[in-house]
Ligand binder design. Sequence first.
Ligand code: MEV
Length: 299
Amino acid sequence: MSTTFSAPGKIYLFGEHAVVYGEPAIACAVDIRTRVTAKKSDTIAISSDLGTTGLDFDIHPYVCSVIEKLGPVNVSVDISSELPVGSGLGSSAAVTIATLAAINIEFGLGYSKEELAGMGHEIEQKVQGAASPTDTFVSTFGGVVEIPARKRLDMLDCGIVIGNTNKGATPKKTAKLIEQVAILRQEHPEVINPIIKTIGSIAKKGELLVKKKDYASLGKLMNVNHGLLDALGVGTTELSALVYAARNAGAFGAKITGAGGGGCMVALTESPQKVASAIERAGGKAIMTRATAGGVLEE
Ligand code: MEV
């Protein structure tokens, strides 16, 4: 007997960075999943692409933190992930939440989904030093979510293509980019505060457009949001190359997703294959996906 759960990654449709200053943002779970199988065992064994280890916090910090938090329990954990690690798509939240859920059921611990999401956030904070609750919340519950209100919006009913620059957006780098924006804001509050407010108003408007399924207008606002992220200094040459390639291939719109400085961009489109090919030609790794209502699920 063993228990397998999967949990999704996420993109930001609008609002990264501005959300740090209390502005609304819209995040969306995407059907790119991390699967974790937990099995009662005599010892602790964790297997992933990184190899098989015991309770080794250097190699498997998130899974080890889950095992420690829930026991510790003697468990063998097997991880397989479709999510590129450290690319801003919430891979650490997905592995944390899927592991919490699998061990919770395998050992009959009886935690609710809310409790698992809360523990997942605490673990991300401990491992990374700082983390917003967005990734663990969206990975647990799925869907399209306005944050910080945690309001569930309608599903996005069109193609989503992610382009990975393959330049790592590690948690450390995220902290550095947040600090960089904070410094720019301190130096030029009268210039930067209106940009942050405008990103918030894009997310607010986006909520209505998601409801109307107006993907053309959502795309236009994604383009505006990308320009504003660039203005905040978190863009890169590679990200913009993929964003423009996607737009030129007919995407409704395209922007950075996550902290920037590398990592991924995202496009909404009716022609995912065409946009994905353009992203690959521009030097990125394309992933075609959809929004998913499913958060953490038993398989
Ligand atoms: C990083 O994925 C998104 C930021 O807004 C930080 C956060 O909300 O945790 C930059």
